[in-house]
Structures are given as structure tokens and as C-alpha cells.
Ligand binder design. Structure first.
Ligand SMILES: [Zn+2]
Ligand SMILES: [Zn+2]
Length: 128
């Protein structure tokens, strides 16, 4: 199915001497087997795959740590009787959600950039 979309003689964008086997779903560049990364039902070139995960990584952390910091600051205010004491539940939720988000982000980043065993099993393999 992937190779059907390619014109005859298509070459990998990074390896001009190699025949392309797929088309990146994001940038549209041709890529050879070595340059192809499959995620869910789409295939991407290596740079786009890295960029995609970069966005995921950059998009998550601000919400996580910021939520934790704000929650802790408010808890401290409550401890000093400077904020309404019934706000602690919201702070607790913010801290827990922030911790989960941060942990998830760290896990994804670790899988993608530091796992030496290969591409990350973040998305289920579609069986191709
Ligand atoms: Zn691409
Ligand atoms: Zn290539």
C-alpha cells in the first residue's frame, strides 16, 4: 500500500542512490527503508518523526511542572493562613495531574531518545 503511492524512480531524499519505499506523511519527502519510521497508520521520515516527538515533549512539560509549582505555592499560602483553606483539594489535584503529566512526558522522551533497543513502542504496530 505504501509503495503504490510512489512514482517510478522515486529516490530517498537523504540517499539519492537508494530507491524510495515510502512517502513521509508530514513533509512529503520520499524515504528509503532506513529513513522510514512508522507511527500508527502513517509513515514519516526520520527528521519528521523526531520533530513530532519533540512537539509532544515540549508541549507537555509546561503544564506538568507549572501545575505542581502553583499547587505547592498555594499549599504554602494555606499553611501560612494566607489563602482559603478549602483550596487544598484543588492544589492536590493540580499536583497529582502535573506529576502524572510530567512522568508521562519523561517516559515518552526516554523511549524515543534514550532507549537503545530501537524505535519506541509508543504507538501500536499496525502490522505492516
Ligand atoms: Zn518528513
Ligand atoms: Zn534513506
Amino acid at each position: 500500500m505504501i509503495s503504490e503511492q510512489l512514482p517510478d524512480g522515486a529516490r530517498c531524499a537523504r540517499h539519492p542512490e537508494t530507491s524510495a519505499t515510502s512517502l513521509c506523511a508530514r513533509c512529503g519527502n520520499f524515504s528509503c527503508v532506513a529513513c522510514t519510521v512508522q507511527r500508527e497508520n502513517d509513515v514519516y521520515c526520520v527528521p519528521c518523526s523526531r520533530r513530532f516527538f519533540g512537539f509532544v515533549g515540549i508541549g507537555c512539560p509546561p503544564t506538568g511542572p507549572v501545575a505542581i509549582v502553583l499547587g505547592v505555592i498555594d499549599l504554602v499560602s494555606i499553611g501560612r493562613k494566607r489563602a482559603p483553606s478549602d483550596g487544598w483539594k484543588l492544589d492536590a489535584i493540580a499536583i497529582v495531574a502535573g506529576a502524572v503529566g510530567t512522568a508521562l512526558w519523561a517516559y515518552i522522551v526516554w523511549l524515543h531518545y534514550f532507549d537503545p533497543s530501537g524505535p519506541p513502542p509508543v504507538f501500536p504496530d499496525s502490522g505492516y
